[in-house]
Write a protein that binds this ligand. Structure first.
Ligand SMILES: CCCCCCCC/C=C\CCCCCCCC(=O)NCC(=O)O
Ligand SMILES: [Zn+2]
Ligand SMILES: [Zn+2]
Length: 475
């Protein structure tokens, strides 16, 4: 797996990618940077609070030590938002240009050590990879962005276009206190953005069945989501006198019906069809002919795609059973059985339609649905035509840095903080500067999440930096 970076026509974007390449270097720097005395230019309402806990103060100080030029630059305003999220504003020289924004998140999903080759929170290395929860999602981008800026400031970087950086702390649970608060902060200042870049697809090497070479996808929209709790209640009792149907049995049957009756294959009814058509030449014969003629071969292609979990995620609303809880003792009939189901909604469907289909499939009034988190429909498609600054900058940067020619717009299958920024810009792009192979897909939220060190070093950092200089300073 590779990680890389560089930047396009917009100021730091190239630096960010370049720095993403050097994430390993950045991690080492975090530990070894030899500090000059800090004169930190904290501004805004995020100046360190007197009531910071010792460990919080320690962490902030570590950040300052790791990125001294960033935190000392007169061009940078920094503030803490929602207690743990970070907002940076880098001032450009031309206020007539709309700022852009880079976002990433600091939090991770949980991990227990079972099945990992190295402990999930160790950051230890093995055979050229750094292992750890967050190494792909999304600490690589956090470090990449900060290291990119540090690198650029070292070179005397002065952007023309202002930009923001937002680092959220609760993306994995919906971004309510992080990204949403950052957005509120920006809205009170009437900020509008030229575009926003967030995590998303990657350079996919052998991931899309039948492709001849690596392909980069930029997420220009994302699927909607419903997270539902399904509960079956009734009074508890002695296991020696079980009811004919237990709560566990009732709920399990309902869940099994959901799994056995997936939502319909909607391939071609959303923007995903255009992606495959655009990429038609990248497929081996006869898939190339089929992709170029989806009006005829669409049904066959959709059946091929749905064979793999990642392809299936593209063609339909997915149904994932993620949590199941019931029972407290081996001889007590449980009072409650409860499960969580996570739907990711295809762009051709809506929350209402999926809810209706779910009720029809379960068809059991003893199974009570409820939800702790808001559902949302698939998101609008961001512009990605030839003259769109954000999309084209990102596309050209991917071409240059990864030396990957095919870049296509796609429907992102996960959900991230960027959906909260819809009032600030219609141009939201989702790309993570790493190369991913098929066998890596299970590492996201799975075991042995890791990032390659070798490829970071083997990429010619200085070459990329030099080649992209004109872009760095042209905007
Ligand atoms: C032919 C099909 C090609 C599909 C290729 C799919 C490749 C997907 C690669 C990685 C995606 C893994 C999901 C990552 C989601 C990251 C964001 C996240 O975790 N957000 C929270 C959430 O969605 O719950
Ligand atoms: Zn993430
Ligand atoms: Zn995640």
């Amino acid at each position: 797996m590779a990680i890389s970076m560089g930047k396009g026509s917009v100021g730091v974007l190239t630096g960010v990618f370049i720095a993403s390449l050097a994430v390993v270097v950045a991690v080492l720097l975090l530990r070894t940077y030899n500090l000059p005395e800090l004169k930190v230019a904290w501004k805004g309402k995020g100046a360190p609070r007197i009531e910071l806990e010792e460990d919080e103060r320690e962490q902030l100080y570590e950040a300052l030590k790791a990125f001294p030029r960033l935190f000392n630059s007169s061009l940078v305003e920094y503030e803490l938002v929602g207690e743990y999220s970070h907002l940076f504003n880098v001032q450009g020289s031309d206020n007539s240009l709309l700022p852009y924004m880079l976002i990433a998140h600091l939090d991770v999903v949980p991990a227990t050590p079972e099945g990992w080759d190295l402990p999930p929170f160790s950051g230890e290395e093995k055979e050229g990879y750094i292992y750890g929860r967050g190494s792909l999602d999304d600490k690589n981008r956090v470090i990449g962005i900060l290291q990119g800026l540090e690198f650029l400031f070292k070179r005397g970087y002065k952007p023309r276009r202002s930009f923001y950086i937002g680092l959220g702390h609760d993306e994995e649970i919906g971004g309510r206190h992080g990204a949403k608060e950052i957005v509120k902060t920006l809205e009170t200042r009437n900020v509008k953005l030229e575009f926003l870049l967030d995590e998303g697809f990657e350079v996919l090497d052998g991931v899309i069945y039948g492709t001849k070479r690596p392909i980069a996808l930029i997420g220009v929209t994302e699927k909607g989501t419903i997270t539902l709790n399904l509960t079956v209640h009734s009074p508890p009792g002695h296991s020696s006198m079980p009811p004919r149907e237990s709560r566990i049995g009732i709920l399990s049957a309902a869940l099994s019906r959901l799994e056995q009756n997936p939502m319909p294959n909607r391939f071609g009814k959303g923007p995903e069809g255009a992606m495959f058509e655009q990429l038609a030449d990248e497929f081996y014969f006869p898939l190339n002919i089929m992709m170029a003629n989806l009006w005829l071969f669409g049904p066959l292609v959709s059946r091929i795609l749905q064979r793999t979990p990642s392809g299936n995620a593209i063609v339909r609303t997915t149904t994932a059973l993620t949590i199941f809880n019931a029972g407290i003792k081996s001889n007590v009939i449980p009072q409650t059985a409860r499960a969580t189901v996570n739907f990711r909604i295809h762009p051709a469907e809506t929350v209402n339609e999926v809810m209706k289909a779910m009720n029809t499939t379960i068809m059991d009034s003893r199974v009570i649905p409820s939800s702790d988190v808001p559902a949302f429909d698939p998101l609008p498609v961001s512009p990605h035509d030839d003259d769109n600054l954000g999309y084209q900058t990102l596309k050209r940067t991917i071409n240059d840095v990864f030396l990957v020619e095919p870049v296509a717009p796609g429907v992102f299958i996960g959900n991230t903080d960027s959906r909260h920024y819809g009032n600030l810009t219609a141009s939201i792009y989702k790309f993570k500067p790493v190369v991913v192979k098929s066998e890596d897909l299970n590492r996201f939220h799975g075991i042995n999440e890791r990032i390659s060190k070798e490829v970071c070093y083997s990429q010619d950092f200085n070459k990329h930096a030099t080649a992209l200089q004109s872009r760095i300073f042209s905007d």
